[in-house]
Write a protein that binds this ligand. Structure first.
Ligand SMILES: NC(=O)c1ccc[n+]([C@@H]2O[C@H](COP(=O)([O-])OP(=O)(O)OC[C@H]3O[C@@H](n4cnc5c(N)ncnc54)[C@H](O)[C@@H]3O)[C@@H](O)[C@H]2O)c1
Length: 343
């Protein structure tokens, strides 16, 4: 078994989830971290006893990396992935894949051409509640999905946007509440319905933020080839991150998810519940104890198991992330053009 040499690009908020997940493995070594903000890269390098870089291409060339994790602003996912794949470096990137479908598709093509594996984080698929609903759909216990609805009402304040040099912009973030926050819940719904997209009919608007260009509110429907029509509503001008809600009306019952807790009530009266296990914890940042969720580490473990030949396939192939990219970009297109987008 080869020890894979790993670098992480972007030492911001999400960095610890990737760094700790890599360091947990005995078949991978974090050899370098990179950030254009030197103080961030230096601090993480010192903390984790690794090397700091301020230019990701220099890091890739100097360290002869096997894998890079991309924890960058959305518009940089595609160019950083291209830089890696042309050097035959495997890529694990954060969501969303990119800010548009063509860039995301090019990431998949580049990985294929160069024989490397591209992973895209959608960690909430690993939550016990998500797994319960998916398993009961796959096994047929819930019957076919008839309809679905989801709601995301979170708080992303003016201060949140003021503190970022890329959030709140079309060219760097690629959108607002949909591409950044609601994308997880919309990806779960698409995964549950498990059918090709038929059309998207949506509206987007900025209702309560003065300092951003992108939408802070969106609603609409995602319709699928199997006839299912799902509704979504997402805002990020609420006063706290209220638990996200998903409901699926199925032939044999109703599945509900509130935050990460799923409750499935079958028509025959039986109820099944799954939630995060508070005993299943993982410490992502040194010195910071607490429950951050174990789903990043689960997805990253599956990714490394594939690279090491310990398992055959990614649980979440990049092609799956591409479909979600296509769905959210259709929300933007429909919202901007005020027209239904057909696939
Ligand atoms: N999966 C999740 O639940 C989750 C949660 C939070 C963030 N994210 C995703 O993680 C990614 C990063 O988000 P974040 O909140 O950590 O952002 P952030 O702004 O905190 O961090 C991004 C870092 O990238 C650095 N950077 C910018 N340009 C660079 C370049 N050319 N080379 C090297 N470094 C560069 C910035 O200086 C910054 O430190 C985004 O895609 C975001 O959507 C995912």
């Amino acid at each position: 078994m080869k020890t894979l040499k790993v670098g992480i690009i972007g030492c911001g908020n999400i960095f610890p989830m990737h760094a700790a997940s890599v360091m947990e493995r005995d078949d991978a070594k974090l050899v370098a971290v990179c950030d254009v903000k030197k103080d961030r890269a230096d601090e993480k390098a010192e903390q984790l006893d690794t090397k700091a870089y301020y230019d990701y291409e220099e890091m890739m060339d100097t360290e002869q990396l096997d894998v890079v994790h991309i924890c960058l602003p959305h518009y940089l996912h595609a160019p950083a992935t291209a830089a890696a794949t042309k050097r035959q470096i495997h890529v694990m990137t954060e969501k969303p894949m990119a800010i548009n479908y063509d860039d995301a598709k090019a990431m998949i093509d580049g990985a294929k051409e160069n024989g490397v594996t591209l992973g895209v984080i959608f960690q909430n698929r690993y939550n016990p509640g998500s797994q319960l609903i998916k398993n009961m759909l796959t096994s047929g216990e819930l019957g076919a999905v008839k309809a679905g609805k989801l709601q995301v009402t979170w708080d992303r304040s003016d201060e949140y946007y003021q503190n970022s040099d890329w959030k709140g912009t079309w060219d760097k973030e690629g959108g607002g509440v949909i591409i950044d926050q609601a994308i997880h819940t919309m990806d779960l719904m698409r995964w549950f319905v498990d059918s090709e997209l038929k059309y998207v009919d949506a509206s987007i608007s900025n209702r309560a933020h003065e300092i951003i260009e992108v939408e802070d509110a969106a609603e609409g429907v995602i319709a699928y080839e199997n006839g299912v029509v799902t509704a979504f509503h997402a805002i990020n001008y609420y006063t706290y991150d209220a638990p996200v809600e998903i409901e699926l009306h199925c032939e044999k019952g109703v599945a509900k998810m509130v935050a990460d807790k799923a409750t499935v009530t079958l028509n025959d009266g039986r109820t099944f519940i799954a939630d995060n296990n508070p005993l299943e914890t993982f410490t992502y940042d040194s010195g910071v104890k607490g429950y951050w969720g174990v789903s990043h580490v689960k997805q990253i473990n599956n990714y490394y198991d594939v690279l090491q030949g310990k398992t055959d396939a990614l649980d979440i192939p990049a092609e799956e992330a591409l479909k979600t990219q296509q769905m959210i970009n259709a929300v933007y297109q429909s919202g901007k053009d005020k027209q239904r987008v057909h696939f």
